[in-house]
Design a protein. Structure first.
Length: 466
């Protein structure tokens, strides 16, 4: 075969797998069905000329914090990180926003709970170790005592942990907003795990954004890969693995698409087990071109890169529970970013953009624009007056854009307790298949969704190459 290895899919995990292979001296080719690299990290003029939106991911704490990304000289290939003044603002009805500062003590004062800093300090002081262990492949951690202490907190529902650790409504709400990123009901384990890790990451590294948009991440990775001798072929849709001329094939795809492409080379019982892989909720997303910044009632919110909208821990728990039960809510949790407050390259002079989504049942095609904008208007009266144009994407459109988002699930699979460490199945290494030629390296393997590249890096390690 002409290549040592091939990767199907040029998202962050696929490019990470290819870079790891190339660093190990392997000849590698990446096949991407779209005309450009990117997957979950692309930017495009979705609304008006000159307004550059992130099609999927927008803020990337796990990339900046992770050892894999830090091991690559991506700054030499055009990647520059921007850190907002405040990583996160959480909005509460009829009171000032909760601002998460990078400084623990300042945030403790913000939430009126001096114990806030004492609870998080032991983990923040060892955040690098915590992140390395928490995102490693399944197995005995390097730091078992640290992980046991973290696990006692993380492996319980977010609503339970919030009330154990944080004594005020403001502190509990801030944590609940982070836990909503899990796309789980906040009363279900392990919703606390993702919430706690993201809250710590915001203190450790902020919620950074790439200058010029998320697409700069993957174009920098592609440039670095090519500097190592790797090759990328875009506009190539692999329909069957026989099209791939390589000794080993790494699938940066959903388990469903791996089966579609290579299922006849996998045992039927393994394929059957993959068919039971659980999907998480979908998202309904809106991108905005704005003639001026969002008119927040609390002006400090304009200084935060990421904004969590919709209230108290009880309100957030009710919203996420409704989605988990297959319903839509008029008061959804809204995740919003406002890049042009910190990066003027993303819009024409004086213009602004915003990125926002709500959780919806997997596969939903219901237009949630009204519910989403009602939440923004609640905390930014007059928001509709500054909108020049909007671009919406429902679950079906998200999946059409990126087939890995099955039913609009941007996390690559449900973050349930049985899938958090063993996705997609438990019997084998999650990266390996019964066919020694075939590996899975997408967000459907540990550590799951997010722009961190670890699905690709871990898959190459599981193949015994590094």
């Amino acid at each position: 075969m002409s290549n040592d290895a091939a990767v199907i899919g040029a998202g962050p995990n696929g490019l990470a797998a290819a870079i790891t292979l190339a660093r190990a001296g392997r000849s590698v080719v990446v096949y991407e069905r779209a005309e450009t690299v990117g997957g979950s990290a692309r930017s495009s003029e979705l609304t008006l000329p000159g307004y550059l939106h992130d099609v999927c991911s927008a803020a990337h704490p796990m990339a900046v914090a992770g050892e894999f990304f830090n091991s690559m000289p991506l700054h030499e290939h055009g990647l520059e990180w921007i850190r907002p003044e405040f990583p996160v603002a959480h909005l509460l009805p009829e009171q000032d926003a909760v601002i998460q500062h990078t400084d623990l003590e300042e945030t403790a004062r913000e939430v009126n709970d001096l114990a806030y800093a004492a609870e998080l300090r032991p983990f923040l002081d060892r955040f690098s170790d915590l992140l390395r262990n928490g995102t490693a492949p399944p197995g005995l951690p390097e730091n078992p005592v640290l992980m046991a202490r973290f696990g006692l907190r993380a492996m319980i529902p977010a609503t339970t942990l919030a009330r154990l650790l944080f004594k005020t409504e403001r502190g509990q709400a801030l944590f609940a907003g982070h836990a909503c990123h899990s796309c789980l009901p906040l009363s279900q384990s392990p919703s606390a795990a993702i919430g706690l890790m993201l809250q710590l990451a915001a203190h450790a590294v902020n919620f950074p954004m790439p200058k010029g948009g998320a697409g700069r991440i993957t174009t920098a990775m592609a440039s670095y890969l090519e500097s190592l001798g790797g090759r990328i072929e875009c506009g190539v849709d692999i329909g069957h693995i026989n099209q791939v001329d390589a000794e080993q094939v790494f699938f940066c795809t959903s388990p469903r698409d791996m089966v579609r492409i290579a299922g006849d080379l996998l045992p039927s019982n393994y394929v059957s087990r993959l068919s039971k892989f659980k999907r998480g909720p979908g998202v309904f997303k809106v991108d905005y071109a704005l003639k001026e910044p969002i008119p927040w009632s609390d002006p400090r919110v304009a200084r935060a890169g990421t904004v969590h909208l919709a209230g108290t821990i009880e309100q957030l728990a009710a919203s996420e529970a409704t989605v988990a039960q297959g319903g839509h809510t008029d008061a959804p949790f809204v995740l919003l970013t406002q890049p042009t407050q910190f990066d003027t390259t993303r819009a024409p002079e004086g213009g602004h953009i915003a990125w926002a989504y709500v959780h919806v049942p997997n596969g939903s095609t219901l237009d949630q624009t009204q519910a989403l904008e009602a939440q923004i208007e609640r905390y930014a009266p007059g928001f509709g007056d500054v909108v020049l144009q909007r671009h919406t994407m429902n679950c079906a459109q998200m999946e059409a854009y990126n087939p890995n988002y099955v039913g609009g699930d941007v996390n690559g699979g449900a973050n349930t307790l049985d899938q958090l460490f063993t996705r997609p199945i438990a019997a084998l290494s999650p990266y390996c298949t019964p066919n020694p030629r075939i590996f899975l390296c997408s967000a459907s393997v540990p550590p799951g969704g997010g722009v961190h590249g670890l699905g690709g890096f871990n898959a190459v390690r599981a193949a015994g190459i590094v």
